[in-house]
Design a protein around this ligand. Structure first.
Ligand SMILES: Nc1ncnc2c1ncn2[C@@H]1O[C@H](COP(=O)(O)OP(=O)(O)OP(=O)(O)O)[C@@H](O)[C@H]1O
Ligand SMILES: [Mg+2]
Length: 259
């Protein structure tokens, strides 16, 4: 279970960041007072367009960055006071994960398994299971530098899951994957949910969210503009599908800003 209470994250911007973000402001409110819960046996979706604050929120949950204010607990552990315990409970998949290009997939799994102090037999068993599952066997001895984007994404997923975490945090899990591989990932997440794990994903693809998520929060410019079950979000916005509900919220928000 992940409990996020009044989470706010403000980045201080240096000159380079100010140029990059085309602003004169010295700070950016990336996440603005958001609260939600992601539960066991459920898949929770953080949905929103580019720059909405999805990755920032997930990085706070994964203890990679500190919230400016608010609190987060993962299975009862506070992400600031008990960050080590939180890290043992979770995995975090992000496209910012840099894998060493000289290593092979097989070696990378061993390396990360040892980081988690796993027994060699356990690392071997888990690697075999995940490599079979995500069709990595065929290129397990190829240096990562020679792999395609999709192959690297599959390996990143396997690496993140090596220690069989109770809480799965996946930032844009189907990015860069063909539809067959994307399906193997979404099927896997559904199995993990059925096995009692807590799963939270971010995505800007509403069809993925609709198929996968039990509950979701739509983030727009750092704020939650709708939340609940997918059916509730659709109903509240008078739409029959999530994509139309999302457009409605998005255009209402941007219309509001212009006036
Ligand atoms: N390290 C940082 N320093 C300064 N600003 C940042 C930093 N990281 C993100 N931001 C800004 O915070 C806002 C939210 O970014 P974030 O990456 O969380 O969005 P996102 O919803 O994950 O977007 P995307 O769909 O593009 O991945 C954006 O305006 C971004 O430019
Ligand atoms: Mg992101």
């Amino acid at each position: 279970m992940i409990q996020v209470k009044n989470l706010t994250k403000i980045y201080r911007l240096n000159k380079k960041e100010m140029n990059k973000q085309n602003t004169r402001e010295k700070s950016k409110i990336a996440v603005d007072d958001i609260s939600f819960e992601a539960k066991e046996n459920r898949i929770f979706g953080l949905l929103g367009p580019n720059g909405a604050g999805k990755t920032t929120a997930l990085r706070c949950i994964a203890t990679l960055i500190k919230p400016t204010s608010g609190s987060i607990t993962v299975n009862g552990y506070d992400t600031i006071d008990h960050s080590l315990e939180v890290r043992r409970e979770i995995c975090f998949l992000t496209n910012e994960l840099k894998l060493d290009t000289h290593f092979t997939p097989k070696y990378t799994m061993e390396f990360f398994g040892k980081l988690y102090s796993m027994e060699p037999g356990n690392i071997y068993r888990r690697t075999k299971e995940l490599f079979t599952r995500f069709a990595i066997e065929d290129f397990k001895n190829t240096p990562i530098g020679e792999l395609s984007t999709g192959m690297k994404q599959k390996l990143s997923i396997a690496v993140s899951l090596i220690h069989d975490p109770k809480v799965i945090i996946f930032d844009e899990p189907t990015n860069g994957l063909d539809i067959i591989t994307a399906k193997s990932v979404t099927d896997y997440l559904l199995e993990m949910k059925a096995a009692g794990k807590t799963v939270i994903i971010s995505t800007h693809i509403m069809s993925v969210a609709e198929k996968l998520c039990d509950e979701a929060a739509i983030l727009l410019d750092g704020k939650i503009s709708a939340s609940g079950t997918i059916a509730e979000i659709c109903k509240e916005n008078g739409e029959s599908n999530l994509e139309d509900a999302f457009y409605k919220l998005y255009f209402a928000e941007n219309e509001g800003r212009r006036t």
